[in-house]
Design a protein around this ligand. Structure first.
Ligand code: SF4
Length: 355
């Protein structure tokens, strides 16, 4: 690609962006804290879903200090429903790092930004360019798709080889005088124009530079590796209702949903019925004495799909008197709303009209 062609693409991208950009609350700001929060929320969340979360999060934690001083449980509560909770834990951890290592001021250099918990190359480039106008090119899913078509690069996009190659393309195209607007523009181009299916090529401002369009091979890009294998898991929850209260516990292990709350859980290798469940070792470990749990009032099955796991959840609804599972907290349904819970538990409670 010639220098002249690069300059033409840069200009066309900027012009297109000024005419087509969405008005979003985290744009038109150079506040690194707000940019950081928005980028972390948008990592695995669509703009439509993330929008309200962003507003709520910024309202509750308006700056680094307020986030660093909060309890982790409250941060997770704000995050509830967004999924990928490591993002929230890392935000909290990084805010403490900023308070300790950078005297409470958001770092202004790329190497310092990327040293913070949960900040990878993409987020560091986004903050560095949007907040401090540093010349770092961003590479998110939208940009990968756009570049793979523009340059007809067949490298599967999840590979480290692709990361290297696509970073070279993105850096080649980067408008170093306006890295902030250029990065916003290229991401917006992928999100609105160069979409995964049916991109609007006829009206695309850079169609005369796009090799995939010229070759009629748009649907072949980006090239992806085989689909991610999903692990199937079986969760049996004990939903014990006793005088308007129930029992919850915190997930402590290094697993999904760490530090979120859920009902007493028995994980199994297959779907269990009630007779099988009461013979299970984990089930019995919840109860000190033999309890007279003869029956269950209802069973509710919910399939919950995560990126790498498919959870087959079975909720056993038990109406009992004087029964407290070991190591659990008794909470009323009103109190339960104060605890960060998993989306799966939230779905179950919504079905029960309790949330
Ligand atoms: Fe994407 Fe089509 Fe534009 Fe090429 S011409 S960049 S495929 S929208």
């Amino acid at each position: 690609m010639t220098r002249k062609e690069i300059l033409t693409i840069q200009t066309k991208l900027l012009n297109w962006y000024h005419q087509n950009k969405r008005e979003l609350p985290w744009r038109n700001t150079t506040n690194p804290y707000k940019i950081w929060i928005s980028e972390i929320i948008l990592q695995q969340t669509r703009v439509k879903q993330g929008y309200q979360y962003y507003l709520n999060f910024i309202k509750r934690f308006p700056n680094v200090k307020s986030l660093a001083e909060a309890e982790e449980q409250e941060v997770l509560k704000q995050w509830q429903g967004l999924g990928y909770y490591t993002r929230a834990r890392n935000l909290h951890k990084a805010s403490k790092m900023i308070m300790c290592d950078f005297n409470g001021s958001f770092p202004t250099q790329y190497k310092d930004i990327i040293s913070l918990a949960g900040i990878g190359e993409y987020t560091a480039s986004a903050i560095a360019s949007f907040a401090f106008q540093l010349p770092y090119a961003v590479l998110d899913g939208n940009v990968y798709r756009f570049l793979s078509r523009l340059f007809v690069d067949e490298t599967p996009i999840q590979t480290s080889e692709a990361k290297k190659r696509f970073n070279q393309y993105a850096t080649l195209l980067l408008n170093k005088k306006n890295p902030d607007i250029h990065n916003q523009a290229i991401m917006e181009m992928g999100a609105l124009q160069c979409t995964p299916t049916s991109p609007n090529c006829v009206e695309c401002p850079v169609n005369e530079h796009c090799k995939a369009f010229e070759m009629g091979k748009i649907e072949m890009f980006p090239v992806k590796k085989n689909k991610i294998k999903q692990r199937k898991r079986f969760f049996n929850y004990l939903f014990i209702v006793e005088n308007g209260s129930t029992f919850i516990q915190k997930r402590e292990e290094k697993d999904i949903w760490k530090n979120l709350y859920e009902f007493p859980l028995v994980e199994s290798e297959k779907v269990l019925d009630w007779e099988e469940l009461i013979k299970n070792e984990t089930f019995n470990s919840y109860f000190q004495e033999e309890c007279n749990l003869k029956s269950v009032s209802s069973i509710i099955d919910i399939k919950h799909v995560l990126t790498h796991q498919k959870i087959m959840a079975r909720f056993f609804v038990l109406n009992v008197v004087k029964l407290k599972p070991q190591n659990t907290l008794e909470v009323t349904f009103e109190e339960l709303k104060q605890y960060p819970i998993t989306r799966l538990i939230e779905i179950f409670l919504e079905k029960q009209k309790l949330y």
